[in-house]
Design a protein around this ligand. Structure first.
Ligand SMILES: *Cc1c(COP(=O)(O)O)cnc(C)c1O
Length: 464
């Protein structure tokens, strides 16, 4: 019998990976050199080129260089310039050099971080990143971490663990027996909770609407006095850093009550958890260590590459039993086998990027990064306030909501900003108001970037 050998794969095997990587490096350098000249959001002309990709898949292969050239020619100009200094949309961190360079190298390694047996280096650095984070965020020593794609998944994992804990309190094993015959539990969250919290609740069988929404104050913080009685059947979701106002719930009071009652508290700390690593801002997270689990993003405030999120849970057994998997071929070790802390089995080794980012910054660097983002958000808010804007939130962290004259003028202005190319930010609603939401989340943003952006916004506003 003649066994098949692919001529196409033979060609690919013979091609020079180093040469292709070198083209990629040149294209990346080209991109970096151009970045300050680019419109922050691609102009229509560039966007029209997206149609160039929409061809039928050809029968014949392309070389890595050909694929790269096409992507660089039409794709680079249509990427959104989030790695410069004037992107303030959504909550979007930049990418720190230590993490970017490590990502390049580790992409060449292409490690699977499911098990220690699959990658000792990925497991080791994930373990170290876990230890450093727990220390940096002043969380209890019993904590363990799962490295996931972002806070959406981190919240999904944390809430699954919490759900199981609450059912255990009621003598029911939800992980084993499912929810069909489960007793009733209470889920409480603030009226300003993030969309991904509802998504997680719907995935884990609680239901988006089967919750008690606690009234919030003008900043979006849960009003503790408005919470109904908490008991051992209660799962509570708090927030460190509202995606709109940047506000933090009152962890201290609520967690103490929850702990006394035997309830479970998960904190959505996607943006704000890093305040715990900043001396001047750590007052915002007072008592946060009294919760049971936390979701944290690397790719926002900390400026790791996408996609980097972490779930931390105080109870190792609870997290591992929620994420358990068995298979006779799995090789468990004395070391950290990441897949038992996350929903996925195969995973890229993103813990290495967290390690590199933290090592690249040091404790002082993390402290100063968080503090600077906060100060820059306040600076931005003040420039716009002096220019006649209303700043609708107390800028306690990195989020600013501004309003200009009326809902209509605010929306018209936002559209002009988004088309202007100088800076980019997104909108939201706050109460009855349409607002422009500014998120200062990139280490790249300088005071000069903010001067340029604010001046531009004020000029646009005058022309309305
Ligand atoms: C961004 C965000 C999330 C979702 O995080 P992803 O990393 O995008 O999955 C959850 N909660 C808050 C408060 C956020 O800002």
């Amino acid at each position: 019998m003649k066994y098949f050998e692919s001529p196409i794969l033979n060609k690919i095997r013979e091609s020079d990976t180093k040469e292709a990587l070198s083209y990629a490096k040149d294209a990346a350098f080209d991109y970096i050199d151009d970045i300050d000249k680019r419109a922050i959001f691609p102009e229509n002309e560039a966007l029209l080129n997206l149609a160039k990709f929409d061809t039928p898949l050809s029968l014949s292969p392309s070389t890595a260089k050909e694929v790269l050239e096409m992507l660089h020619k039409y794709g680079s100009p249509t990427s959104v310039v989030t790695t410069g200094g004037r992107y303030f949309g959504f909550v979007t961190g930049g990418i720190l050099p230590s993490a970017l360079t490590i990502k390049w190298l580790t992409d060449v390694w292409d490690q699977n971080s499911a098990l220690f047996a699959m990658s000792p280096i990925a497991s080791t650095l994930e373990t170290i990143a876990e230890k450093w984070m727990i220390d940096l965020l002043s969380l209890p020593n019993s904590c363990v971490a799962g490295f996931v794609s972002g806070s959406s998944t981190a919240t999904l994992v944390g809430l699954t663990a919490g759900r199981n804990k609450i059912y255990r309190n009621l003598g029911y094993d939800a992980a084993k027996d499912g929810l069909v015959n489960a007793p009733k539990i209470k889920v409480m969250l603030g009226a300003d909770a993030h969309a991904t919290v509802y998504k997680a609740l719907s995935i884990i069988g609680i239901g988006k609407e089967n919750v008690i929404k606690i009234p919030v104050d003008s900043e979006g913080r849960i009003i503790p006095e408005k919470m109904p009685p908490i008991s051992k059947d209660t799962l509570i979701i708090l927030q460190a850093g509202s995606v709109n106002s940047g506000a933090f719930d009152c962890f201290d009071i609520i967690c103490k009550k929850a702990n006394e009652a035997g309830a479970y508290v998960h904190v959505d700390g996607a943006i704000g958890m890093w305040a715990a690593a900043c001396k001047e801002l750590s007052y915002l997270v007072k008592g946060i260590e009294l919760a049971d689990s936390w979701s944290i993003d690397g790719h926002k405030t900390l400026n790791t590459p996408y996609d980097n999120g972490v779930v931390i849970c105080k109870d190792k057994e609870l997290l591992m039993s929620a994420m358990s998997a068995t298979g006779s071929y799995l090789i468990k070790s004395e070391n950290k086998d990441g897949m038992f802390y996350t929903p996925e089995m195969s995973r890229r080794a993103r813990g290495i990027e967290m390690w590199a980012t933290l090592k690249g910054l040091g404790k002082d660097g993390v402290d100063e990064l968080v503090l600077e983002l906060h100060h820059k958000a306040r600076y931005f808010a003040n420039l716009l306030k002096e220019g006649g804007f209303d700043v609708l939130n107390d800028v306690v962290f990195n989020q600013v909501m501004v309003y200009y004259k009326s809902n209509e003028t605010t929306l018209a202005l936002l559209e002009k900003i988004q088309k202007g190319g100088v800076c980019w930010m997104s909108g939201t609603t706050w109460g009855e108001k349409n607002v422009i939401r500014i998120s200062v989340s990139s280490y790249k943003t300088t005071y000069k970037d903010i001067d340029i952006s604010a001046k531009h916004i004020l000029e646009l506003a005058k022309m309305l």
